[in-house]
Design a protein around this ligand. Structure first.
Ligand SMILES: [Zn+2]
Length: 421
C-alpha cells in the first residue's frame, strides 16, 4: 500500500459467516469469494474493540468485566441495607444510573457489587467519548499510534445512522477511519429468533457495504470489512443463580459475577470451593474452566483476581437471570430503544456470542476491498488486527503489539471493478 493510501475499516460485528450467502448477501458473499480474506479467531468476550485496537488481550488491557476487591466489614448502615430485599437496592441503583450514567452494573445486588473493581468499556462510553480508546490499560491503540489527525473512530448504533454515514464516509484527511457499525449485532441479540427480520437487516447491511465500498473506491480509499464474530440462536436459559443460592454454602464464603454467557467465581473457603466446583461440574450444557485453562482461549491472567473458576454456557444457552437483568431497567430499555423492543415480552437474549471459541458463532473474517493484497495465513488472531493495520499504513507496530500482520500489500495496485468482475 503506497504511503499516500488510506484505509477504511468497516467493522460489522455479528455478521455471521453462516448467514452470508448468494441469496441474502450477494455483495459480501462476492467479496469473500473473490477478494483477499482470512478467518479471524476470537476470544470469549463480548468486548472485543479494546483488543482489536490495542493488539493486546484482556490479560493486558484489563477490559474483562470485574476483578475482586477486598472490602472492609459491613458498617451498621451496611448491615441495615443488607436486610432490604435485593430488588429494592438494585432498583435504587438503577435510578442512580439515570442521574449518573457512569454508574455501572446497577443490576448487581450491592453487597456483591461492593466486592468488585469495574473493568468494563460499554459501547455507550465509546459512543460518547471515543478518546477513551486512545490508551486502554496503559497500552496505546492504533488510533493513538497514528494520531488524531490521521485516524478516527466512529461508533454507529442505529441502521438509520448507517444510512446517514454513507454521505460522510470515508472522511477526507483520515489515513485510517475505523467505524463500528453495531446495529446488526445488537439487533441480532434481540431478534435472532425472527429469521425474516434478520434476513431483512442482512440484505440492508449487504447493500450498505456495496455502496460504502463504491464510495471508498471513488475516494481512493481501501475498504477493509472486519467481522469478529457471529451469533448463535438461544434455545434455553439456565438459572445458575438459583442453583448457587440453593447449594447451602454460606454466601459470604464465595463471590460470583454472572454474565449472559459465563459466570465467574472466587472462593474464600476451601469448603465453598469444593462444594460449588462439584455443583458446577453437574450443570448441563456448560463447560467449566479454571483461570489457567482460560489461557488457551487468549484470556491470560497470572492470578485469580479476575475470576478463579469460569462456567461457560454452551452455544444455544445463556444464564438467566444474569447480572445485567433488572425488571425495571429492562422495561425502560424495551420502551426507549426500538432495537431492544423484544425485551418487553421476554428479557432473555435471542442470540448471543462470547462463549468459548471453536464454534462458528465465535468465528470472524476480514476481507480487503481491493485485490492487490496477500493474506499471510488462513486464520488470524484478534490481536493480529492492530499490527495488520499499522503495517498496511506503512508504520511499525507499537512494541506491545505482538501479533503479526495477516494481510500485506502485494505490490503495485491492480485494481479491478466489482466483485465477480
Ligand atoms: Zn454482541
Amino acid at each position: 500500500m503506497p504511503e499516500s493510501n488510506k484505509l477504511f475499516v468497516c467493522y460489522i460485528p455479528g455478521m455471521d459467516r453462516r448467514r452470508v450467502d448468494e441469496q441474502q448477501t450477494p455483495y459480501v458473499h462476492g467479496l469473500l469469494q473473490d477478494y483477499p480474506s482470512c478467518r479471524l479467531r476470537t476470544i470469549p468476550s463480548t468486548e472485543l474493540t479494546p483488543t482489536l485496537l490495542t493488539g493486546v488481550g484482556p490479560g493486558k488491557n484489563l477490559i474483562w468485566q470485574v476483578s475482586r476487591k477486598d472490602v472492609d466489614p459491613l458498617t451498621t448502615i451496611g448491615k441495615l441495607l443488607n436486610l432490604l430485599p435485593e430488588g429494592v437496592t438494585t432498583t435504587a441503583q438503577c435510578f442512580k444510573h439515570f442521574i449518573d450514567n457512569t454508574y455501572d452494573l446497577t443490576a448487581v445486588p450491592w453487597w456483591r457489587r461492593r466486592q468488585f473493581n469495574l473493568h468494563r468499556m460499554k459501547y455507550t462510553r465509546r459512543e460518547t467519548d471515543p478518546n477513551c480508546l486512545n490508551e486502554i490499560g496503559g497500552y496505546s491503540s492504533i488510533l493513538k499510534e497514528l494520531g488524531p489527525d490521521e485516524s478516527g473512530y466512529v461508533f454507529c448504533k442505529h441502521f438509520v445512522d448507517m444510512e446517514k454515514g454513507l454521505s460522510i464516509f470515508p472522511r477526507a484527511g483520515k489515513r485510517l477511519d475505523f467505524v463500528e457499525f453495531y446495529g446488526l449485532d445488537l439487533y441480532s441479540h434481540w431478534h435472532l429468533d425472527k429469521i425474516d427480520k434478520i434476513n431483512d437487516k442482512l440484505r440492508y447491511v449487504d447493500s450498505f457495504v456495496e455502496r460504502l465500498h463504491k464510495r471508498c473506491r471513488d475516494a481512493g480509499v481501501t475498504m477493509m470489512l472486519l467481522v469478529d464474530h457471529g451469533q448463535e440462536l438461544i434455545r434455553e436459559s439456565i438459572n445458575i443463580q438459583k442453583l448457587i443460592k440453593n447449594s447451602g454454602v454460606p454466601r459470604d464464603e464465595y463471590v460470583y459475577f454472572c454474565e449472559v454467557s459465563a459466570v465467574r467465581f472466587w472462593f474464600k473457603t476451601e469448603r465453598a470451593r469444593t462444594a460449588i466446583t462439584k455443583l458446577l461440574q453437574g450443570v448441563e450444557h456448560t463447560a467449566l474452566q479454571t483461570y489457567q485453562q482460560m489461557h488457551d482461549h487468549g484470556i491470560c491472567f497470572d492470578d485469580p483476581r479476575f475470576g478463579e473458576l469460569y462456567l461457560f454456557a454452551n452455544h444455544g444457552h445463556t444464564f438467566f437471570p444474569h447480572d445485567f437483568y433488572n425488571p425495571l431497567a429492562n422495561l425502560f430499555l424495551g420502551l426507549t430503544d426500538r432495537l431492544l423492543r423484544p425485551r418487553l415480552l421476554n428479557a432473555r437474549h435471542r442470540g448471543n456470542h462470547g462463549h468459548l471459541p471453536n464454534h462458528p458463532a465465535e468465528e470472524g473474517y476480514l476481507v480487503m476491498g481491493e485485490r492487490d493484497y496477500d493474506v499471510t495465513r488462513e486464520t488470524m488472531e484478534v490481536t493480529d488486527f492492530a499490527p495488520t493495520v499499522m503495517s498496511l499504513l506503512g508504520r511499525p507496530p507499537a512494541d506491545h503489539m505482538n501479533g503479526a500482520p495477516a494481510v500485506i500489500h502485494a505490490g503495485p495496485p491492480a485494481r479491478l471493478s466489482e466483485p465477480g468482475a
